[in-house]
Ligand binder design. Sequence first.
Ligand code: FAD
Length: 526
Amino acid sequence: MIAYLEHFVHENETDTIPDTYSRNDDAALLCTDMDIQGSIDYGSPTTSLAAKDFGGIQAAKPSAVVRPAGADDISRVVKFASRSGTMTVAARGNGHSINGQAMSDGGLVVDMRSMDSSIDVVRLHSGDVVVDVGGGALWEDVLRRCVLGYGLAPRSWTDYLRLTVGGTLSNAGVSGQAFRYGPQTANVTELEVVTGKGDTLKCSESQNSELFFAVLGGLGQFGIITRARVLLQPAPDKVRWIRVVYADFDEFTRDAESLLTLPEGEDSSFDYVEGFAFANSDDLVNGWPSVPLDPNQSFDPTLKPCSAGPVLYCLEVALHYRNVDRRSTVDRVVERLLGRLSYCEGLEYQVEVSYMEFLLRVKHAEQQAKANGIWDAPHPWLNLFVSKTDIASFDRLVFQKILKRGIGGPMLVYPLLRSKWDDRTSVVLPEGDIFYIVALLRFSLPYPEGPPVEEMISQNREIIQTCTKCGLGLKLYLPHYTSEDDWKQHFGNEWTRFVERKARFDPMAILAPGQKIFPRRNRQSS
Ligand code: FAD
């Protein structure tokens, strides 16, 4: 692979590199040379903060943290790094990665949150309305600006919105709207990107299209997203948020999949489809009490069939509507749509919330988790895409055996349609028209009150090994590997394209070193 990349580094690009720069050089000296409008911090606590992430498992301290004033600054930083044989640059969104993906050990971290994050709504010639937003803006801010200012909203979200636009577009961005609109990466019309060569380029499906598709789901490998244009649609006022419970996994998946293909249109299907598995027990966090949507609701275990196994399943759906819609009309639509489903009678929960409340629902969980200390504890999360053909085996081997007591947090499982994902992006998916996202979102108190983090990591490993041994078709979402062989296997047939894109847009492998895909190319070795 290195030999392949070498081919793309031209003589004149290496001519000006001073021999003396190395990662151990005084960062202050290096940074003076950058000549940027923003600021640079090379002392604690800023660098210590950039050495950590939400996962709380890895740590890698950068030499300095750059707060760019704009794309020009980022371009200068990347060009500066390219003059060294070892310097790397990691864009840091909100640092909500699990495995150090936004870190740069001894290199430079670009704090995207500090960049201009103006959020403008624009009507394009095509008639589409988009939000033009900085790569470091939080989706939560995009929501507030678009809904409160214009009555508009992006079509596809993540469950939690304190993530940056650039951070989720570098992965995919998946939530319960993705079955209809695809992931967030499928809802972008244009990007502004600073490549690993330091070039600032606009790209879209029709302009610099290879860069556009490379960057979407590209794990930060090809460029730093400084702006994005995201499609908008009219925002609803309200949401009927519903959960129904299943004892049988086949019935759960049959119903969930049936909702994906209902014709789109007013009242003909739900606007959001997700689901999760939970322990068939009275455990407060992992069991029945995790299902009701409102403190006034309760889970009556006598309503589940005697045949129920150690794990139950909850289908979570939502219907959008406007303030002008009559309650009785909404009731009728919900009744008709739920009437198609075969969940356990009586195990059904509904609440009405505003659209903003619905999209900010994880924020409340965040506040509670912060109060009881589990937000800042380590989070060895595991996210997978599992093919439809193997999801029943996954249930049998993983949910019903390895995870039957739960994980101290949500175990999401819901289907997605491959046709809504653009295979020109860098995201890799398992085979088949339908696949499932499985998100094992572990929340535990720090050891000794909670389990040792090594135990949780080893359980994740056991899950992967079990699935691999049984030949289950799956791909890691938000992948984390450390060896080239594992990355090759992850990308499969797309590996060659990924390597070619790297060679073209970041030939010295300066960007996103925390993903541990490509070693920094030292010009000395050419
Ligand atoms: P960071 O962790 O800061 O960065 C992630 C990667 O992207 C790094 O490699 C970084 O270098 C690169 N990067 C960051 N910014 C840019 C940029 N502007 N340009 C290019 N590369 C960049 N994901 C979902 O899909 N759906 C969910 O519902 C969901 N919910 C989540 C809930 C929580 C509580 C958490 C912690 C994570 C969740 N995620 C979800 C995962 C999340 O989308 C990813 O971890 C995402 O990368 C985090 O965004 P960030 O802004 O914190 O990125």
